[in-house]
Design a protein around this ligand. Structure first.
Ligand code: GLY
Ligand code: MN
Ligand code: MN
Length: 438
């Protein structure tokens, strides 16, 4: 878990970045209705959680660097026994101070008045405009209200600044405790993938395999980080397939892309394996090529390389291999420059990973791909997809979709594969598949 001291360090660091004349406002995520009076499971906003650890909706964190009455002010739902009888205990302003390190805390109803009083002392308002339309409107109204009171000397801030830049740059670099949580998120999901493989046999439905993933994930107090993709046969060629409704058949490959959230941190892992426990020669050729591309990209997850080097390494290997397999014809170097691999590998090789699956953080700085640095965590997930109807591709490859995805922390000494516990070697995978059904 993240300690209160770490949350406090994050807030201090952000306050140093935004400067002494600023106010930062960070709203919690709204609760969302699924249908009528049924709500989706609540998911806290990652920025808010990163700075406060506070799990409830209807809360706003305010940072006031250098303010003599307290730099971290929380507005949240007040305690209410009748409400809590139905919905469970809430922290209330007292809890926000006692358990979450707020210097002062008030019922959320006081926000309107207090923002206007506190904002007129500040020159800069820092806020992640554009993420929450309703709150955007409220912020705009506060600014307008101050503007209208200018004759009384209440000027609006001189500057409004997007908070994302500073905050997301901080979130991109994971601390030791964050890496430990992400390693755990990877380890549990590794077990979930292993369970799905071990319990697989031709004839099981995709949703049955999804249920195995869910069992292993949820029994460790984790939830899926996104809708799991359990794609058998040519469903694997549909990148965001998540119907998970087909019956697997002898000879199918199964692509599972499943990740979980542990204590607010995500894993994102993909493996592809033959449901009968044996690759066909064509499946194995493609599998080995994707694996080689992935390993080449993982080796580049080290300081001194740029983020784009991962994609370049993966696509070089894939292009060379596609020429070798007769899918592409010509000089591989020319084909690589022309991105001739794109009909078969149409997504990126990597994305940042953290509190969000597609995590925050810039990929380019001043127009150039950024350098990898210790503390960054990225996925490495090349794939090859040959839709069944694809023309000009050797017939034996059609209908094959393969992706291999691992989570990698960049360290001073090179890549640290957080999901290394899950085999990717084709022989090891084949030994795992169906192991629990034999
Ligand atoms: N599961 C989403 C992704 O791999 O990016
Ligand atoms: Mn991914
Ligand atoms: Mn994924």
């Amino acid at each position: 878990m993240i300690s209160n001291a770490e949350y406090a360090r994050r807030r201090k660091k952000l306050m140093r970045r935004i400067g002494p004349d600023a106010m930062a406002l960070i709203p919690s995520a709204p609760s969302r209705v699924q249908s009528r009076d049924v709500h989706w499971p609540y998911r806290q906003d990652s920025d808010f959680l990163y700075l406060t650890g506070f799990p409830e909706p209807e809360a706003v964190a305010m940072l006031l660097p250098g303010h003599p009455d307290g730099e971290f002010v929380m507005f949240c739902k007040p305690r209410n026994p009748a409400f809590e009888q139905w919905e469970g205990a809430i922290a209330g302003p007292e809890g926000a101070c006692d358990h979450y390190g707020a210097d002062a805390a008030y019922p959320i109803e006081k926000l309107d008045d207090m923002v206007l009083t506190l904002l007129r002392e500040r020159q800069t308002l820092c806020y992640a405009l554009g993420q929450d339309g309703e709150f955007d409107g409220q912020v705009a109204r506060w600014i307008d209200q101050l503007r209208l009171r200018s004759r009384a000397g209440h000027n609006p801030p001189e500057e409004c600044r997007l908070l994302d830049r500073d905050l997301h740059e901080m979130r991109l670099f994971k601390s030791r405790s964050e890496i430990a949580l992400m390693r755990k998120a990877s380890a549990i999901v590794t077990d979930a993938h292993c369970r799905a493989m071990a319990t697989a046999r031709p004839g099981r439905y995709e949703y049955e395999l999804e249920a195995e993933l869910l069992y292993e994930t949820q029994r460790h107090d984790m939830r899926f980080a996104y809708s799991s993709i359990v794609a058998s046969g040519h469903n694997a060629c549909t990148l965001h397939y998540s119907e998970n409704s087909r019956r697997t058949e002898e000879g199918d490959l199964v692509l599972i892309d499943s990740g979980g959230m542990f204590a607010g941190y995500a894993s994102d892992i993909t493996r592809t394996w033959p449901v009968s426990g044996q690759f066909t020669p064509a499946q194995r050729e493609i599998y080995e090529l994707v694996l080689e591309a992935q390993q080449a990209a993982i080796r580049r997850c080290a300081p001194g390389n740029t983020w784009d080097d991962l994609h370049r390494a993966a696509t070089r290997v894939l292009t060379r291999g596609l020429v070798h397999l007769g899918v592409l014809k010509g000089r591989w170097q020319t084909l690589w420059k022309e991105e001739a691999y794109k009909p078969f590998f149409m997504h990126g090789t990597s994305h940042w990973l953290g509190m969000d699956v597609h995590d925050v953080g810039e990929y380019r700085i001043n127009g150039k791909w950024r350098m990898l640095e210790p503390g960054m965590v990225t996925t490495v997930e090349p794939g090859l997809y040959f839709m069944p109807g694809l023309r000009g591709v050797p017939k034996r490859f059609r209908g094959i979709g393969i992706r291999i995805e691992d989570d990698v922390a960049v360290t001073r000494s090179g890549p640290d594969v957080l999901s290394a516990g899950l085999p990717a070697d084709p022989d090891e995978i084949c030994r795992l598949v169906g192991a629990a059904t034999r």
